[in-house]
Design a protein around this ligand. Structure first.
Ligand SMILES: [Zn+2]
Ligand SMILES: [Zn+2]
Ligand SMILES: [Zn+2]
Ligand SMILES: [Zn+2]
Ligand SMILES: [Zn+2]
Length: 177
């Protein structure tokens, strides 16, 4: 498998990137248990299989519960997988930050930080919300992609102005002075 975030290669037996923790795929796991024990609690009956490591887990070891719209089954992620992915991601981001590179573009230098989460990105990855219909101007920002999406209700007609846009450059300069 090749990671779509950091482009490193990892084993097909892994459901996430072992370099940056980015999610790759869910394993197909049986929906029903047949008397398995939780892999972390011997003697405790498992209630689900983890879709990231395919191991049987008990209720206590469920960290995240989702739903796959592709295969129409619930997806359960175990505490070990979730913790490992988060630790890998945190280490990857902090390495990039200390090297001064964007988490999404490991060759692009960091430009600004997102005003919501505080993480730094290159201009390509940052955007302002806009105001004005005919002459659009930057309103609030810059936001990273994730925060931009979370901030804005889907039904709202808000457009974005990339931080690489000259109009945004002025907004950033104004905010600084
Ligand atoms: Zn990766
Ligand atoms: Zn797992
Ligand atoms: Zn357990
Ligand atoms: Zn952010
Ligand atoms: Zn970037």
């Amino acid at each position: 498998m090749q990671c779509s975030r950091c482009k490193s290669i990892y084993a097909n037996s892994q459901s996430y990137c072992t370099t940056c923790g980015y999610f790759g795929l869910f394993f197909e796991v049986p929906a029903r248990m047949s008397g398995e024990d939780c892999f972390r609690h011997i003697g405790l009956p498992a209630s689900r299989f983890c879709v990231l490591c395919a191991r049987p887990i008990c209720d206590e070891c469920r960290a995240r519960e989702g739903f796959s719209f592709l295969s129409l089954v619930p997806t359960t992620e175990c505490i070990e997988c979730v913790t490992t992915m988060e630790a890998l991601q945190a280490a990857y981001f902090s390495n990039l930050r200390s090297a001064g590179f964007c988490p999404n573009h490991p060759k692009a230098p960091l430009q600004h930080s997102c005003i919501s989460c505080g993480l730094s990105f290159c201009d390509e990855c940052l955007a302002f919300t806009s105001r004005g219909l005919l002459r659009r101007r930057p309103d609030a920002g810059p936001y990273c992609r994730t925060c931009f999406q979370m901030k804005l209700p889907l039904r709202e007609f808000t457009r974005k102005i990339s931080a690489a846009d000259p109009r945004a450059k002025n907004a950033i300069t104004r905010a600084r002075s």
